[in-house]
Design a protein around this ligand. Structure first.
Ligand code: SAM
Ligand code: SF4
Length: 375
């Protein structure tokens, strides 16, 4: 993919630029963008590689992985976080690709946890390797984990992930709960043609402190994805999912009403707003719960109800570009400056990315796949 590097950093300079320039010497100012939003959260894709090939995330053939030399080293990532912390970044999420397939992820977490100003580290994973890493992640300072799980049906799980198996994901969830993360959240991408058992997934929040969040299916990546495979009806209905289409996004309102009414039918009661029971975190989910449940049910409405006004984040791609908005391919390069040891150029890049955050996003699709951005 060709990066559309932002070339005219000063066109929207104004308040944010001046504020940052004044504040920098004092160290760790709270950064605001041009629209007054506080930006204190950085999501880092530490790899573009993955042991799964989820149909909504990447093509069956996988994405053409970036060559190793273009992937940020851990030293470069840590150095970047140190500089980002000067600008008030406090919360770090490690993602990918699958972050746990990259060796040494716990060492990276430990390194980041020692950077002054960083208050918490979280990770987003498909869960398949958590039985191996959950304890060490906690010991390394990772306090919260999000685990992706789209179905409780083993055949559908295998077809959606193309290579994964449900047992590993469920064992990963058990391991995460046992390891003592502060919060364990489940991420479910809701896709109409997948026929997911939404109540079954939401019900996971009842007996255990799990926060199950339903994410509207987003048009990220090449929309020309093809799924090869057998001709069975199940497989072909999943094949229809590969490649986003509007009809496959289930608006949050519709899904919440569905889960709530099915919950009532099943004797769990309707979903009620979970104000006061919100789990820790820095994301845009709207939380609900079944009365008496240990966990919550959240909804992330990136498509039907933009939460751009409260967006608090920047993203760093695995190949070292800062991405101001998930839905826009405008990116600012930082890797070369880190490699050249030019910290001032890295600071300039950070400030430019801040100024390039759009007021609101358009949902037209992107060149990059989700696995390259990190979600
Ligand atoms: N491999 C890890 C995982 O699956 O959790 C981390 C990376 S993954 C790209 C991050 C999140 O993005 C996952 O929760 C995944 O379900 C979500 N995601 C991927 N493609 C998506 C899409 N088209 N729409 C909405 N969410 C998507
Ligand atoms: Fe891999 Fe996560 Fe994308 Fe699935 S959603 S292919 S697990 S990066």
């Amino acid at each position: 993919m060709e990066t559309r590097e932002a070339t005219s950093p000063d066109t929207r300079a104004g308040a944010a630029g001046a504020l940052l320039a004044d504040a920098r010497p004092q160290g760790r100012p709270a950064s605001r963008d041009d629209f007054g939003r506080t930006i204190d959260y950085l999501r880092i894709a530490i790899t573009d590689r993955c042991n799964y090939r989820c149909v909504y995330c990447m093509p069956a053939t996988g994405v053409a992985f970036k060559p190793h030399e273009s992937i940020m080293t851990y030293e470069e990532i840590e150095r970047f976080v140190r500089i980002a912390a000067e600008y008030g970044i406090k919360h770090i999420r490690l993602t990918g690709g699958e972050p746990l397939v990259r060796k040494g992820v716990c060492d990276l977490a430990r390194g980041i946890s020692e950077i002054p100003g960083i208050e918490d580290i979280s990770i987003t994973t498909n869960g398949s390797l958590l039985t191996r890493y959950a304890d060490e992640l906690v010991r390394s300072g990772v306090s919260r984990v999000n685990i992706s799980l789209d179905t409780l049906d083993p055949a559908v799980f295998h077809a959606v992930s193309r290579v994964g198996n449900l047992e590993d994901a469920l064992a990963g969830i058990d391991a995460a709960l046992a390891a003592g993360f502060k919060t364990v959240k489940i991420n479910t991408v809701a896709v109409r043609s997948l026929n997911q058992d939404f109540l079954g997934l939401a019900r996971m929040s009842v007996d255990r402190p799990l926060h199950v969040r339903f994410i509207e299916y987003m048009p990220i990546g090449d929309d020309d994805i093809e799924l090869e495979g057998d001709d069975s009806a199940d497989y072909q209905s999943i094949a229809g999912v590969a490649g986003w289409s509007q009809k496959d996004t289930i608006p949050t309102e519709e899904l919440r009403a569905l889960i709530s009414s099915r919950g009532e039918e099943a004797g769990l009661g309707p979903l009620v707003s979970a104000r006061g029971h919100r789990p820790d975190g820095h994301g845009p989910a709207d939380y609900w719960h079944f009365e008496g449940a240990l966990g919550t049910v959240g909804f992330i409405s990136a498509m039907s109800n933009h939460f751009c006004a409260s967006c608090n984040r920047l993203r760093l791609t695995a190949d070292g570009n800062l991405r101001p908005c998930l839905f826009s391919d405008v990116e600012v390069k930082v890797r070369e400056y880190l490699r050249a040891g030019d910290d001032d150029a890295v600071r300039d890049a950070f400030e430019r990315a801040l100024r390039l955050k759009p007021e609101a996003h358009v949902t037209e699709g992107t060149e990059r796949y989700m696995s390259q951005i990190g979600g």
